[in-house]
Design a protein around this ligand. Structure first.
Ligand code: ME8
Length: 519
């Protein structure tokens, strides 16, 4: 058994009622970066993503397409899996809520909530948004001039009246408020925490948790007429994948409770109110943190099919390159806030930070080593204050990154690595190794060693963000596969003089827009 500390991180599971869009890609990339970071930092990571396949939205979309919900789920779930591969996602499992393992867990969780006296049968009458798969109070909805009533997220709502099982959410108001107080890190960022606290303080009503007017869902134990409300089913995926409910000593049970659920801000209520209440009711441990990222906007506008500005992540990656896209989203968007993207924005970042930044630093220093040091890592002489300062900047970055990644502030961790690049650029320019080549070859060797050593550390730190490109840089400085973890940062993994390097090749080409290409 591994002695490493377990670390369990999840994305939301996506509705496969359509193909994945850039919002899905963004969430997966960000969560992948966090999972990779913790792995490199010595944790025993379990990273889960998947698809949320039941519910009325799936059934309606399927009907409109003239296929079954199961066929729709099958087709689009594989699109999500393919997107994961395209994005180089390192998820350890991919859960589908239609799987037998999931049905079993959800039914067991239901039974435990029932046993605890929290489920009762009544009838529901109220507004429901199929697009959000959510119930809304009348005062949360708005009847617009078009005669249609809309929910708070802008999706139409319909009147639902049917027999339903209810969950005694009202009984959890105080317990939830106590949870938010005792565990201030349970919800992030702060805006979302405040939003949830004021929602709970405004009073919780019991929640309708089953439907009878359609059948595409998990059956309520002992009452086949009812299928479970899709959110009861969906949220439980996180615990299904660990097997904790079936066997607390099973091989993956050590991962529960999850360290972080990464989701978008539109679904914070489900994760920070309903989910902990269900778990408390079923007597199961609660996740440690729920962190909501913002929404991606196309040039500041909400993406929508009718506006025609929905970006296909496949096209974006094919156009700019995977690591370039990963870098852009993780650097440009403050994780937790909304973010805007545009082709120009991506191009600017690629050229400024990647081509002119780390790419240039690596290629200038390594090609000087190739030409002037027989292609071997040079022997450093005595270190000057400038050498020590830039090495210290590199050595100290992991502490900043660890702190920031621990709080899901991915953009700040990326900025700390880019800061090393900028400092190293200044160092390289100030030391003028191309002048030293003629005046002081030994000193030139020291400067090149220091620079290559800093490049090594930058590449190690960039692995969670840009896995393939960082690996390429680490190949160029001949760092063995097993020496790429964070415990090899700083003194522990300094480059060894005399190591033979392969001929350097560019890692980050400049981006040239296709129009400029033609000109
Ligand atoms: O909500 N920008 O599924 P989903 C950023 N099945 N993130 C976005 C986004 C955008 N433009 N659009 C969507 C569901 N997302 C449920 C989740 S979890 C137990 C069940 C995010 O396919 C969204 O916030 O609508 C969510 O975290 C994820 O993509 C899946 O959205």
């Amino acid at each position: 058994m591994s002695s490493k500390t377990p670390y369990y991180i999840t994305t939301a599971i996506s509705y496969p009622n359509g193909k994945p869009h850039i919002g899905h890609a963004y969430e997966l990339i960000a969560t992948d970066a966090m999972a990779r970071f913790q792995r490199l930092d010595g944790k025993d990571v379990f990273f889960l993503t998947g698809t949320d396949e039941h519910g009325q939205k799936m059934q309606q979309t399927a009907r409109n397409e003239g296929i079954t919900a199961a066929e729709l789920a099958e087709r689009n779930s594989s699109e999500f899996r393919e997107m994961g591969k395209l994005l180089n996602s390192s998820n350890d499992d991919f859960i589908r809520t239609t799987e037998a393992r999931h049905h079993a867990t959800v039914q067991e969780v239901w039974r435990r909530m029932e046993k605890n006296g929290d489920i009762y049968k009544d009838s529901y009458a109220g507004w429901y948004s199929v697009r959000d798969e959510a119930y809304f109070q009348e005062e949360e909805t708005e009847l617009r001039a078009d005669g249609v009533r809309y929910g708070p997220q802008g999706a139409p709502v319909e009147w639902v009246e049917e027999e339903s099982y209810f969950f005694k959410l009202s009984a959890y108001e105080d317990k939830l408020l106590k949870l938010y107080e005792d565990q201030p890190d349970f919800i992030g960022p702060n805006e979302r925490r405040n939003e949830v606290i004021s929602f709970v303080k405004s009073g919780l009503k019991d929640l309708s948790i089953s439907r009878t007017t359609f059948d595409w869902g998990i059956k309520v134990p002992g009452d086949d007429k009812h299928v479970m409300y899709v959110w009861v089913d969906a949220l439980t995926n996180y615990i299904t994948a660990t097997g904790y409910v079936e066997d607390e000593n099973g091989p993956r049970a050590k991962y529960w409770p999850a360290d972080a659920h990464i989701i978008g801000k539109d679904i914070i209520r489900f994760h920070a109110v309903y989910w902990p209440a269900f778990l408390m009711s079923a007597g199961l441990p609660l996740p440690k943190r729920v962190y909501a990222h913002g929404f991606l906007l196309n040039k500041g506008e909400k993406m929508s099919k009718s506006v025609g500005n929905v970006i296909d992540p496949v096209n974006l990656v094919n156009h700019f390159g995977l690591d370039q896209v990963r870098y852009f989203f993780l650097r440009e968007v403050s994780f937790g806030q909304d973010g805007s993207y545009s082709e120009e924005g991506i191009a600017t970042r690629i050229n400024a930070d990647l081509a002119n930044g780390i790419g240039n630093l690596a290629s200038r220093s390594l090609s000087m080593i190739a030409k002037n040091c027989e292609g071997k890592i040079p022997e450093p002489g005595p270190l000057t204050d400038a050498d020590k300062a830039i090495l210290a900047t590199a050595d100290e970055a992991i502490a900043i990154c660890r702190e920031e990644m621990g709080r899901q502030q991915i953009h700040k961790a990326v900025a700390a690595v880019i800061n090393i690049v900028n400092e190293a650029d200044r160092y390289f320019a100030a030391q003028e190794p191309w002048v030293l080549r003629k005046t002081d070859v030994a000193r030139m060797g020291t400067v090149l060693w220091v620079t290559a050593e800093v490049v090594r550390q930058i590449a190690i730190l960039f692995q969670p963000i840009m896995p393939a490109s960082s690996a390429k840089i680490l190949d160029l400085v001949a760092v063995a596969e097993e020496d790429r973890t964070f415990d090899k940062l700083g003194e522990a993994g300094r480059l060894k003089p005399g190591t033979v390097l392969e001929a350097p090749s560019p890692v980050f080409p400049r981006y040239v827009a296709p129009e400029a290409d033609k000109a």
